[in-house]
Design a protein around this ligand. Sequence first.
Ligand code: Q46
Ligand code: ZN
Ligand code: ZN
Length: 327
Amino acid sequence: MRCKKCNTDAVINMRHHRLALCGTHYDEWVLAQTDRAIEKYKMFTHDERILVAVSGGKDSLSLWDALLRLGYQADGLYIGLGINDPEPYSDVSLEKTRAFVASDVWRVPTTESDVTSPGTRHTPLLHVVDIEQTYGKTIPQIAREKARGQGRPCAACGLTKRYVMNRIAHDKGYAVLATGHNLDDEVAVLFQNTMRWQTGYLARQAPVLPASREGLTRKVKPFVRFYERETATYALVRGIDYIYDECPHAVGNLTNFYKTLLNQLETESPGSKLAYYLEFLRARSEGLFEKFNPTTELHDCEVCGQPTTAPGRCAFCRMWDVSALVQ
Ligand code: Q46
Ligand code: ZN
Ligand code: ZN
């Protein structure tokens, strides 16, 4: 397979776009597509400070790298979940994240499309919140305690991550919180939501969620139009070292089951995932789900002050049994 632009060996063939590209032209294409998505969905501007939630995986590190190269003021937030059994997943993912910041990778311009020269590029900060050090227990421990050892720790983990991300973004004055969700992630969630017609979730599934209230931060997903294979190829082309393993609790979950089903569909009919997602966004922008997104009354949690629908303490403070503010 040859690059459509320069006829050298291609590193990727994107059947859905009928486009094969070499490393240099693929790199350029990813940067251009990322910037286009940021503009199209009005995610953020060059004047705003962005907090990227990083997990040490290909999507979040690639996103951080691309935002820095596009000249955005992007810092990182790593949340240490304490998932180190049976494999040291959290320890290794922190190592990869620290190594990315310390390395020269994000400074290296590889194409002419790098907007900023390495000298003028934003020097990123990495914020690390270790859940066990901050709140006294790891995610598996709190999940075992609250769910009496039943099921996966994902509900406790998701709630904690959302809380910490929002709190750090707000307390440190970031205008926006960016996550590395890719098209495969979004389509699997969309499929899950449409299987059960969870209209409230569908109404809130979007590349940009505006901050609906003081205390909340705008949430954006700039990589939402890239297939997982595309972010992996970007990481490879850029020389980004990331953690290959998934969180052990993700193995065999429903989202991964849907991803496998949707991959079969994509193999038979290239582009179907992208079309499914983009058509959903079109229907959403035409107001199809609007009435399912009622404005809920929020008030401040009596302990931490974060917006919540629950009376008294928010779901996070109740789960962690927080009765005084933990700094
Ligand atoms: S990190 Fe946490 Fe995921 Fe692991 S415990 Fe579940 S929610 S699977 S994105
Ligand atoms: Zn080329
Ligand atoms: Zn609270």
